[in-house]
Write a protein that binds this ligand. Structure first.
Ligand SMILES: *Cc1c(COP(=O)(O)O)cnc(C)c1O
Length: 398
C-alpha cells in the first residue's frame, strides 16, 4: 500500500472522543478549510469585492474543481464541472440523455435509487408530456429489463440504504448494446471507491461533493458529460453561465463549448473555497488502496458486530466487492439504538424502517475506531441502554 492513511486522517477535524461513521452522509471538516474560507472572506470577498471574479479566478473555479474531481471518477480533464445541487444535476443529465434517444420512451431505474432521482425523473417526464415512462424495477432485475424500448438507463451505483453496488461496467455495456443512453449517479461512489466512468463509456454521470468528498453541507454537485458529446448535448437548464459568452448579454442563448454548457448560474464561491481544500486531500491517495482499506474496515465491523450482537441482521452484501463503503444492519429497535450510539459519540445514521447505517471512510476512519464502535454497540444492546424515551424522539433529520 502506497497511501499513508495516518497522514490523510490528520487533514480532518474529528471532534475529540467522537467515532464518525457517517461520512457517507456528510464528510467531516478539512482542517485547511477554515483558513481557506476565512481568507476567501477577508482577502477576496472583503478586499476584492466584484473584482474577485477575475482577480481570484472565482469564475474559473467550477471547472478547476471539476478537474480535481475527474481523476477520482476515471474521467479526463475538461469533462467535469460543478454547481447547483445533485438533484438539479440529475434533472440536467436526464433531460440531455432523453434528447439523445428521441425515439424511445422508457427511463429504466431501480427501487434502490435515492428517491430524489426518481422524483426528478417523474417531474421531467410530466413537463415534457411526450409519453415517457419511468420504469422502476428491483435492483437485481435491472439487467433483465434492458430492452429495445429503453431510452435511458438511470442508476445510482451504490444503494444509499444497504451499500449494495451495481456492476457499472456490465450494466453500461448491456444498455449500450441495447441502444440505450447511460447515466450514473455516483453520490455514494465518488471518494468511496475507484470509478472508471470513461472505461464504461457512460454518456453522463452526476454526484455529490459533501459525502465522501468532504466539501461541507451544501457543497455543489458535479456533472460529467462524455467528451464526444459535450459540444452537442442541449442544456435544458440554459443558464447564462452556460452561455458561450455570458458577458455579451446576448438575448439569444448559445451554449458554451464543452462541459461549461452544464453550468447554470452564479456559483457558490464560499462553498467552493471549502471544497477546494477537501479535494486537495486526495493528492497522493491511490483509489485502489482506498478500496482495499474500505473493505477491510467494513469486513472488520461486520465480524465484530456479528460476534457480539446476535439480534442484528446484516442488511448489506457480505462480499466486499459487492458493496460500496458502508454497512447496514437491520434491527427493529434500530432508531433508538442509533440514538443511544450517537449519545455515546458513535455517529452513524438510520434509514426507515429498520436500518442502522455505518459509513467507512479510509481517509480518516481507523480499525481501532471500528472495534470500539462495535464494542459500544454491543454494550448498548446487552444492557438495553437504547430503551429510554429520549432515544425514541425523532428529529427532522434521521
Ligand atoms: C445524497 C443524494 C442525493 C441528494 O441530492 P441533493 O440535491 O444534494 O440534496 C440525491 N441522489 C442521490 C443518489 C444521493 O445519494
Amino acid at each position: 500500500m502506497t497511501t499513508d492513511f495516518t497522514k490523510t486522517r490528520e487533514l480532518f477535524h474529528i471532534p475529540e472522543g467522537m467515532i464518525y461513521l457517517d461520512g457517507n452522509s456528510l464528510g467531516p471538516l478539512p482542517k485547511a478549510a477554515k483558513a481557506r474560507v476565512a481568507s476567501m472572506m477577508a482577502d477576496e470577498w472583503g478586499e476584492l469585492l466584484i473584482t474577485g471574479w477575475n482577480k481570484a479566478a472565482w469564475m474559473a473555479q467550477a471547472n478547476t474543481l471539476g478537474d480535481m474531481i475527474a481523476p477520482l471518477i476515471g474521467a479526463p480533464a475538461g469533462s467535469v464541472t460543478i454547481g447547483d445541487t445533485l438533484t438539479i444535476k440529475v434533472f440536467q443529465a436526464l433531460a440531455a440523455a432523453l434528447e439523445l434517444n428521441p425515439n424511445r420512451k422508457v427511463v429504466l431505474s431501480d427501487n434502490g435509487n435515492f428517491p430524489a432521482d426518481l422524483y426528478m425523473a417523474r417531474g421531467l417526464i410530466d413537463s415534457l408530456k411526450q409519453g415517457h415512462e419511468l420504469r422502476v424495477v428491483n435492483p437485481e432485475d435491472v439487467a433483465a429489463n434492458i430492452g429495445p424500448d429503453v431510452a435511458v438507463l438511470m442508476l445510482t451505483e451504490v444503494d444509499y440504504r444497504t451499500g449494495r453496488k451495481h456492476d457499472m461496467a456490465a450494466l453500461s455495456k448491456a444498455a449500450h448494446d441495447a441502444g440505450a443512453v447511460v447515466m450514473w449517479d455516483l453520490a455514494h461512489s465518488a471518494g468511496a471507491l475507484p470509478v472508471d466512468i470513461a472505461g464504461c463509456n457512460a454518456e453522463f454521470a452526476v454526484g455529490c461533493t459533501y459525502k465522501y468528498l468532504n466539501g461541507g453541507p451544501g457543497a455543489p454537485a458535479f456533472i460529467y458529460v462524455r467528451p464526444d458529446l459535450a459540444n452537442t448535448v442541449r442544456p435544458a437548464l440554459s443558464g447564462w453561465l452556460g452561455h458561450a459568452a455570458p458577458f455579451d448579454f446576448d438575448l439569444d442563448y448559445r451554449p458554451a463549448a464543452g462541459i461549461s454548457r452544464m453550468r447554470i448560474g452564479t456559483p457558490p464561491v464560499i462553498q467552493m473555497a471549502a471544497l477546494e481544500t477537501a479535494l486537495a486531500a486526495w493528492q497522493g491517495v491511490d483509489m485502489h488502496d482506498l478500496r482495499a482499506q474500505s473493505i477491510a474496515l467494513a469486513d472488520l465491523f461486520i465480524a465484530e458486530v456479528e460476534r457480539q450482537c446476535p439480534d442484528l441482521t446484516l442488511a448489506s452484501p457480505r462480499n466486499g466487492a459487492e458493496r460500496g463503503s458502508q454497512v447496514s444492519f437491520a434491527y427493529e429497535n434500530g432508531f433508538a439504538t442509533m440514538q443511544a450510539l450517537i449519545a455515546r459519540g458513535v455517529i452513524g445514521d438510520f434509514r426507515a424502517p429498520d436500518k442502522m447505517r455505518f459509513g467507512f471512510a479510509p481517509l480518516y476512519n481507523t480499525a481501532d475506531e471500528v472495534r470500539r464502535a462495535a464494542a459500544i454497540l454491543a454494550e448498548i444492546l446487552q444492557t438495553r441502554a437504547w430503551d429510554r424515551p429520549e432515544f425514541k424522539q425523532r428529529g427532522a433529520v434521521t
